[in-house]
Design a protein. Structure first.
Length: 318
């Protein structure tokens, strides 16, 4: 039986990274992710639901949304199920967080940077997402120089993380990704001696210490996650079966088409050959009659028409 919660499950993810009493987890993860770029000392959690600018506009709901002590906005998302346009969705979420900073009346358009971090528990088909980590920023196309630090999107495709043992994890970021992928299988929390934050994680993530209400919420999300997995596998199987059936159908249709074409061509060729042979035979007989009436011998007529001598002799007797 599992000892720890699975961070990839919605309730568990928000418990670890989106709660006031566990924000140390979020801070250490973000500092590891943006090492040598950000030094976050504190975060303030903001409302995760962002309404549209107008009543009829579509709203968005983030998994985790916070503002750092330096005023930088951070969105953190965990996506279990693959979506065709997930990369665009992350861009849309980031844009919404930027637009929400607009001020009515006089405003100089000064914007706070928005960082969006996307955990992806699947491998995307998007051509721009080929590695475990992909960082999207605004750059000049020719110089490749960054032109603005107001938008940053980081995609983390968990299945492509290639460190499979504790010994391979070199820094706290590696440790966090290793734990997010495998925490529900641990008997003991790794890296606790080196990084104190994981001792705290072991406490809040211990299934035995969850309240009855928390356990019910977690179990419900586990069920949803399993349903997503089962649905995905079923869709894959059905897609393969449909593809095979379609392929066989096309193959049979093509085979029949080719077979019919070949049959028709063969029949036509045979018919034409037979017709031509029959026509030539009639012409030879008519020629033989004309030559006989002209007084040529049977042997001469046979030689000219290439008809058997016996046939020529029968013609003369008629």
């Amino acid at each position: 039986m599992a000892r720890f919660i699975d961070p990839r499950v919605d309730w568990a993810f928000k418990r670890i990274f989106g709660s006031e009493d566990t924000k140390e987890c979020l801070i250490t993860f973000l500092n590891g992710l943006f090492e040598d770029e950000l030094v976050i000392k504190d975060v303030t959690f903001a409302k995760t639901e962002k309404l549209g600018l107008r009543p009829d506009d579509r709203g968005v709901v983030f998994d985790v949304y916070c503002v750092t002590n330096e005023g930088k906005h951070v969105i953190v998302e965990m996506q279990k199920k693959e979506q065709e346009y997930f990369a665009d969705r992350a861009l849309y979420y980031t844009a919404r967080a930027i637009v929400q900073q607009g001020v009515r009346g006089i405003w100089d358009y000064h914007l706070a940077p928005v960082y969006t971090v996307c955990f992806m528990d699947f491998v995307s088909d998007s051509p721009m997402l080929k590695e475990f980590r992909t960082d999207l920023v605004l750059t000049d196309l020719q110089t490749r120089q960054r032109v603005s630090d107001r938008m940053r999107i980081v995609y983390l495709q968990l299945p492509l993380f290639d460190k499979h043992t504790e010994a391979e994890c070199m820094d706290i970021f590696d440790c966090w990704i290793y734990i997010v992928k495998n925490m529900n299988m641990f008997e003991q929390m790794p890296f606790s001696e080196k990084y104190p934050v994981f001792r705290k994680l072991a406490e809040i993530g211990d299934l035995r210490k969850l309240s009855r209400e928390e356990l019910e919420l977690y179990d419900e999300d586990i069920k949803n996650m399993r349903d997503i997995y089962a649905t995905r596998k079923f869709d894959e199987k059905r897609g393969m079966e449909k593809g095979m059936a379609k392929g066989m159908e096309k193959g049979m249709a093509k085979g029949m088409e080719i077979g019919m074409a070949k049959g028709m061509a063969k029949g036509m060729a045979k018919g034409m050959a037979k017709g031509m042979a029959k026509g030539m035979a009639k012409e030879k007989i008519a020629t033989a009659h004309r030559l006989l009436s002209m007084g040529l011998s049977d042997e001469q007529v046979s030689t000219v028409t290439e008809l058997p001598l016996e046939d020529i002799q029968k013609m003369r007797k008629k």
